[in-house]
Design a protein around this ligand. Structure first.
Ligand SMILES: Nc1ncnc2c1ncn2[C@@H]1O[C@H](COP(=O)(O)OP(=O)(O)OP(=O)(O)O)[C@@H](O)[C@H]1O
Ligand SMILES: [Mg+2]
Length: 245
């Protein structure tokens, strides 16, 4: 469904993403992990039109979407969430979600109605009339997913929707992500909460210093020396190996 191939993105002298490729099959949950600053968010931005890649191509379904503006990519059914959530604080939860729903429902009443059914899917149905500013962090994360979901995507890119949540809140949002796939929306997620990635994703990509260093089922990756090194530092795989005989 999604094929990003050889994506490179530079910021001045810094190469944030270097020749990175990933594919997402329709109906799956795919994970993207990597240490802080690895380039994960930048790769999302390059895929969804927020940054034009310096090299590489993005294919979504049958179309080459490389360099298209975000609105156009969103209209085609590919949307991202933002790691730093920025709801319209003064607007209600319902109105915030309706902003996303306007893409497919130009009439205000229809957008507001669509917002309600989206709220149901992310567990915000009982908070619709609250101002967005009154939500907890967990609520804001759900709202961020809801606003993206309201654009009626076929593929949603989730950027750390579990960051800052406590274990209970994480346990509560995992089924929301599963519910997306059950309802026909394919998911690519960036996540530092490893337990959640392991339980959700059948396929995981590992980015380190802009490069894709590993790819496979989560159970295989946690034993991959390259992945252990990326997370724990130089020599870690050997040290761990020595410790475990
Ligand atoms: N707009 C920008 N201008 C300049 N440098 C940037 C910009 N966006 C990101 N970077 C740099 O690119 C690198 C990759 O950043 P990115 O945010 O993609 O990492 P990340 O993997 O999402 O990290 P985190 O896990 O902390 O969210 C970092 O060195 C970052 O400082
Ligand atoms: Mg990031």
């Amino acid at each position: 469904m999604l094929h990003a191939t050889g994506i490179t993105k530079r910021f001045g002298g810094l190469t944030a993403v270097a020749d990175a490729s990933l594919s997402v099959a329709e109906g799956s949950i795919v994970g993207l992990i990597g240490p802080n600053g690895a380039g994960k968010t930048t790769l999302f931005a390059a895929i969804t039109g927020f940054h034009r890649p310096d090299a590489g191509t993005v294919r979504f379904g049958e179309r080459d979407i490389t360099g298209l503006p975000p609105e156009e990519i969103c209209r085609l059914g590919l949307v991202r969430t933002f790691q730093i959530v920025q709801p319209f604080a003064g607007l209600s939860v319902r109105e915030n979600i309706a902003v996303g729903a306007h893409l497919r429902h130009p009439r205000r009443a229809a957008a507001l109605a669509a917002a309600e059914s989206v709220a149901q899917r992310v567990g915000l149905a009982d908070q619709l009339d609250k101002p967005a500013a009154a939500l907890t962090i967990a609520g804001r994360k759900r709202l961020e997913v809801a606003r993206a979901l309201a654009t009626e995507p076929r593929l949603i890119l989730l950027d750390e929707v579990m960051a800052g949540l406590n274990p209970t809140e994480i346990a509560e949002i995992v089924p929301v992500v599963r519910g997306l796939v059950a309802s026909g929306v394919t998911v690519l997620l960036i996540e530092h909460v490893m337990q959640a990635v392991m339980s959700l994703a059948e396929d995981v990509y590992v980015l380190n210093q802009g490069r894709m260093i590993a790819h496979g089922p989560p159970a295989t990756l946690v034993r991959d020396p390259m992945v252990i090194e990326a997370y724990l530092g130089h020599g870690a795989a050997q040290r761990l190996g020595a410790e475990h005989g």
